[in-house]
Design a protein around this ligand. Structure first.
Ligand code: FE2
Length: 337
């Protein structure tokens, strides 16, 4: 009688060998041939895997070495300008054109703000925002947009056509650049239309109060070293000019407190600590953010962080925001649909 016993399940090689009863040379030879085949095939597979991994690592090294601005998430799409390069281009524009100052504004005024419009093939909510803002004859001649103007490439003209009534009426929208405004090499488009992504403007009221608005470029989820240094210098300089409020507006939110924001990215923790400390030290009143498409109102060290809703069409809870600026700042959230 002959005995064949399966053994070795769960091992890394082909996992089935046979132990032959001592003395049966025919079965022994067959077993050795089968093992040999399996071992050779396994060595070939491991070699290919190791070769593939080596090629991948070398490619990643080469790509990231020659493209310091490469975005890992967009590795196969584009080489974007870094935030430091965008900041340098913004400063170049600012130095040539200066900063806006509004005078004669009432002591209490209302600022319209929208975010995350993601225009692609419709502009219903954007049109509603523009028409409401223009119908408000008491509103000041400026409003804010916190970024993600378009959803992807190719819709800039469409967006521009639908905000044109604002400029036709002699009013202005101040923009913060969003991540969707940068994807697929869109910085040149943003820059050609809005010129700068880091800047400030000032509002002087009839009784002499002064409010400072600072736009920050956080489209990549970081301010970068140069913009961070500029920010502190501006805060230090302007804080000594007797301001009533400092309002910072940017796209990426600082705090991610729960899972309501899904997969959206935010600043890393170290930068969040640093900026929160900076805003506290220079007595910033309000930090406006978008990006997550979900509203959140948080006060941290006496600084209010308001993350506003998205205005995107077909979004189940599309809102824009009206800020009432006076001795205090209050908020009104206007539902669109
Ligand atoms: Fe967005």
């Amino acid at each position: 009688m002959r005995f064949l016993t399966p053994s070795g399940f769960g091992m890394t090689t082909q996992n089935l060998s046979f132990r032959a009863k001592r003395g049966n040379s025919k079965v022994k030879r067959k077993t050795i041939e089968m093992k040999d085949k399996r071992v050779r095939s396994d060595v070939g597979g491991r070699f290919l895997t190791a070769f593939g991994m080596t090629v991948s690592v070398v490619l990643m090294f080469l790509l990231t070495s020659c493209g310091k601005n490469i975005d890992y998430k967009g590795l196969f799409f584009t080489f974007n300008e870094s935030v430091n390069e965008r900041f340098a281009e913004s400063m170049e524009y600012n130095e040539q054109h200066g900063y806006d100052v509004y005078t004669g504004i009432p002591d209490e005024y209302e600022v319209y703000a929208m975010s995350d419009i993601h225009v692609d093939f419709s502009t219903n909510n954007l049109d509603r925002y523009v028409s409401d803002y223009l119908a408000d004859t008491m509103a000041p001649p400026f409003s804010l947009c916190l970024g993600d103007v378009i959803n992807a490439t190719g819709h800039w003209d469409y967006f521009a056509d639908h905000v044109k009534p604002v400029t036709d009426a002699g009013r202005k929208i101040y923009y913060a650049v969003g991540n969707h405004d940068l994807y697929f090499d869109q910085w040149p488009e943003f820059k050609s239309r809005f010129h700068t992504s880091t800047y400030w403007f000032e509002v002087q009221t009839v009784s002499g109060f002064k409010d400072l608005y600072i736009a920050l470029d956080s489209g990549n989820g970081t301010l970068g070293v140069d913009q961070r240094e500029w920010l502190e210098n501006i805060l230090k300089t302007k804080r000594n000019e007797g301001l009533r409020h400092i309002v910072v507006f940017t796209h990426t939110h600082l705090f991610k407190k729960d899972s309501s924001q899904g997969h959206t990215s935010n600043f890393n923790l170290e930068e969040t600590y640093d900026l929160a400390d900076l805003f506290d030290r220079y007595d910033v009143s309000l930090v406006l953010q978008g990006h997550s498409h979900s509203r959140d109102l948080t006060t941290f060290k006496d600084v209010v962080y308001l993350r506003v809703d998205a205005l995107e069409d077909h979004y189940p809870d599309a809102y824009y925001t009206i800020l009432s600026i006076g001795e205090n700042i209050n908020y009104n959230f206007v539902k669109i649909n």
